[in-house]
Design a binder for this molecule. Structure first.
Ligand code: F6R
Length: 599
């Protein structure tokens, strides 16, 4: 969601900025822009829609060794060229890009900027006008920038150009992600290391309420009192080839195919030489010390959390509550005596989850983050982190991160059970290897999934039903389908349909039913009969050993607790082909962002 890039150095900045923005496309956006500064002043190019459209209008003859760029996901004001960033101050001297939301922008307008006219509907324009106002009041630009930061309430990642100083980009961060990349003869700015990997793998992490004076020689971090903060750069552990699509038509398909590898990597990373689970002792201790786990997550990560609850309760005997982050933060339930908060987040940047983390830390509670991006905000600010090792996930629809989350949750649950002395007939390392083979077999059978998508998904709606752990996979199957193909889809507990929703079943309504759990195999089949009796076109996906005549597809047998990692694969592929055949933008579905950095 929104992305920032910046470059200052010896080369022309245009192409570096545009390439950087393309690398941030996956985060989701609806307009984009760049500003390039040279001796003639600043040149701003903005366009609604894709970076490709922006490329078309960028004047190829304009060159400049310093520049900033932005992808915008509209919050204040519709997505159009005027509201797109960069925004300029009234005199045109200052140019700014901003991610985040300024909560007090109306107040700032009233207090400081009466009589100013604004060209856009954005909160961002208030920031740049305010910096200029302070400059006009006599402050130097850096002081005006810092004074403005102190006045802002809300979240921001900012980059500022000054027409009168081609040697500096000022950047700042609060709650929204931002990194400064260091290289020989140039320095860069990016919301995400991936955007600037073509320039460097050395990055400076910024903390909230810090700003940086970036020149081509150095990057000086300061706090809001102007005091210099020393920090060493870190090396981004991303292979540039991980973020290429290769021969795949879409990142989503590539990421679906990567899942066997991801599961095997998780097994490797979490297995000791002696075959035991490798986990930090402090995490193990936190798991032993708690009397209740509160899983906090959003979307697909929430769906993985529902599966994780089963593991933690059934294997490790710890009560678990799973909460949607955006609800929990404003409606906190009564907490147990010794709660442990478990944040699940692919990106580690989700603002809704972060709001909960901030709130529970204030209450003095411990937090563990499961994330694909160690070093992300949720990872840094929690007490402990468990990495997912899934590699960068670029497609907006999460696939490999979901299965990785479930695999790591299974490992965590088993480790806790063992630490508690609970005897288990379940070796996750061995079982996950079987799971990886099963996913591979499904990925080799894509034609069948494509056929199923064509056979069943000509309607504008679809239902997914399952019982027990299958129900949670149905929630995820429905989410995948709706987010990329725009077919209205809902996941339901098989037994719950008859309490209302069955009224929606008409002739040929597609109903996908999962049957991977022996204990409820007959029950879910009963539920299928109920919908078929009302005209539904039912597609039963069962597991080997539980199959019956008429099942449309049978997945390989795996341990019954780990079935979600396998049974979700047909749903991911069916959603992919449904979206593809409907002409949807599979990797960048409308209205969605990969990294949801506003609450
Ligand atoms: C759906 C999807 C979203 C995310 C949600 C949370 O495919 O990806 O539902 O799961 O926005 O994001 P993270 O996991 O980054 O916190």
């Amino acid at each position: 969601m929104c992305g920032i890039v910046g470059y200052i150095g010896n080369n022309d900045s245009k192409e570096i900025l545009l390439k950087g923005l393309e690398r941030l496309e996956y985060r989701g956006y609806d307009s984009a822009g760049i500003a390039v500064l040279n001796e003639d002043g600043v040149h701003v190019f903005k366009e609604k829609g894709r970076i490709a459209a922006l490329r078309e209008i960028v004047d190829k003859d304009v060159e400049g060794h310093v520049g900033i760029g932005h992808t915008r996901w509209a919050t204040h004001g519709v997505p159009n060229r005027v509201n797109a960033h960069p925004h300029r101050s009234a005199s045109g001297r200052l140019t700014l890009v901003h991610n985040g939301v300024i909560e007090n922008y109306e107040q700032l307008k009233q207090e400081y900027l009466q009589g100013y006219s604004f060209t856009s509907e954005t909160d961002t324009e208030v920031i740049v006008q305010l910096i200029e106002k302070f400059v006009q009041d006599g402050m130097l630009v850096e002081e005006a920038f810092r004074t403005t930061l102190k006045a802002l309430k809300g979240s921001y990642a900012l980059a500022l150009l000054d027409n009168e100083n081609e040697d500096v980009i000022l950047v700042a961060k609060n709650k929204s992600p931002l990194l400064v990349g260091l290289s020989e003869g140039c320095n860069v700015v990016a919301s995400d290391a991936m955007a600037m990997l073509q320039v460097t793998d050395q990055f400076l992490e910024l903390m909230d309420e810090e700003y940086v004076v970036v020149t081509k020689e150095e990057a000086v971090i300061k706090n809001l009192d102007g005091i210099v903060v020393e920090r060493k750069p870190f090396t981004a552990q991303i292979d540039a080839s991980d973020i290429e699509k290769g021969t795949y038509a879409h990142y989503m398909l590539k990421e679906i195919d990567e899942q066997p590898f991801v599961i095997r990597r998780i097994v490797q990373e979490y297995e000791n030489a002696d075959g035991q689970i490798k986990l930090d002792d402090s995490i193990r201790q936190a798991m032993l010390d708690t009397d209740r786990i509160y899983i906090i997550a959003c979307g697909t990560s929430y769906n993985a959390g529902l599966v994780g609850k089963q593991f933690l309760e059934k294997l490790a005997n710890i009560p678990v509550e799973v909460h949607i982050a955006s609800e929990f933060v404003y409606n906190m339930p009564l907490l147990s005596q010794k709660p442990l908060f478990l944040f699940i987040s692919q990106s580690g940047e989700t603002a809704d989850s972060r709001a909960v983390l901030v709130a529970v830390k204030k209450l003095g509670h411990r937090a563990l983050t499961l994330t694909n991006v160690p070093g992300s905000t949720l990872s840094r600010e929690a007490n402990y982190t468990l990495p997912l090792y899934a590699g960068p996930e670029i497609a907006v629809a999460s696939t490999k991160a979901y299965t990785a989350q479930i695999a790591v949750l299974a490992i965590l649950a088993v480790d806790t059970a063992r630490a508690k002395g609970i005897a288990l007939d379940f070796d996750p390392i061995h079982e996950l290897s079987i799971v990886a083979n099963a996913i591979e077999a499904l990925c080799d059978n894509k034609e069948e999934m494509e056929k199923i998508a064509d056979e069943y998904l000509s309607h504008r709606n679809a239902f997914f039903i399952g019982r027990g752990i299958d129900f949670y996979v149905c929630l995820e199957g429905a989410l995948k389908l709706k987010e990329i193909s725009y077919i209205q889809a809902e996941g339901f507990a098989g037994g719950e349909l008859k309490h209302g929703t069955i009224a929606l079943i008409e002739t040929d309504t597609p109903v996908f039913a999962l049957a991977t759990q022996e204990a409820v195999n007959l029950n879910i089949r009963g539920n299928v009969k109920e919908v078929v009796a009302r005209g539904a076109n039912a597609c039963i996906i069962s597991m080997k050993g539980l199959e019956q005549d008429g099942d449309r597809f049978v997945i390989p047998a795996v341990h019954e607790l780990l079935t979600p990692i396998v049974s979700v694969i047909p749903f991911q592929l069916i959603a992919y082909y449904a979206a593809l055949h409907r002409g949807c933008d599979v990797d960048k579905p409308r209205n969605l962002a990969k990294s949801v950095t506003v609450e």
